[in-house]
Design a protein around this ligand. Structure first.
Ligand code: GTP
Ligand code: MG
Length: 203
């Protein structure tokens, strides 16, 4: 079973994307395994709407553990199981909160084991960013470089429902002319057909 690790800055929609992907497969319920940095793990079955309500939100660092979902993805005439792992938002430097520091270490360790890294970027944020600041944080650039070398990198431009996102997507295409960038809106559930096609091809 291939593992897809979702990474990106906090609040870009990583959890909304993971749950949106499950919804796009027609699921009404999801079983999520929470793996905490101290080694504790727990499983919970949620109706999707409840998972969205409880696990997605505008507060920074809503997600503080690895949260994995095992999903059946249609491939040709059959199905294949894939593991989608959501993670704590990447931050620059040393975060003041010990719990977040530990979960970031956990994310970086998971990166080494993952078969694919899905980097979620808030395209609306990028579209609004001033021209003279780097589009990505240093830690994101390092993650991208690491994954691009390993050749297991997928870029997802989220929040395409917001007006500045179109310009953000153009800027990302200019930054990475050779990278496939999948535009989605985890809120409006657009773009997931293409995501499913890419995941099916890679699995
Ligand atoms: N407009 C819009 N908002 C979105 C979209 N996806 C997520 N959001 C909102 O963005 C905020 C953050 O979403 P999350 O999925 O919790 O983001 P995250 O990257 O998991 O954040 P952390 O776990 O805190 O690092 C929430 O208020 C979501 O409703 C989208 O496609 N469009
Ligand atoms: Mg989250």
């Amino acid at each position: 079973m291939k593992t897809y690790l979702i990474v990106g800055q906090t609040n870009v929609g990583k959890t909304a994307f993971a749950l949106g992907f499950a919804a796009s497969l027609g699921l009404r319920k999801v079983e999520i395994t929470f793996m905490y940095p101290d080694g504790f793990a727990t499983k919970q079955l949620y109706p999707l709407a409840v998972a969205r309500e409880e696990l997605v939100g505008p507060r920074q660092h809503k997600t503080r553990s690895l949260q994995s979902l095992v999903l059946q993805v249609p491939i040709g005439k059959g199905h294949r199981l894939v593991k989608i792992v959501d993670s704590t938002g990447l931050v620059e430097g040393v975060h003041a909160d010990k719990e977040i520091r530990r979960s970031l270490t956990q994310t970086l360790q998971a990166m080494q084991k993952a078969d694919f890294i899905i980097h979620i970027i808030d395209a609306a944020e990028i579209g609004q960013a001033s021209e003279d600041v780097p589009l990505l944080t240093e830690v994101e650039r390092q993650v991208a470089a690491f994954a691009q070398i390993r050749g297991n990198y997928l870029v997802v431009a989220n929040k395409m429902d917001l007006a500045p996102a179109k310009h953000g997507l153009d800027r990302l295409h200019r930054l990475w002319p050779n990278e496939k960038i999948l535009p989605v809106s985890a809120q409006d559930m657009t773009g997931f057909k293409e995501v499913r096609a890419v995941v099916a091809r890679l699995s």
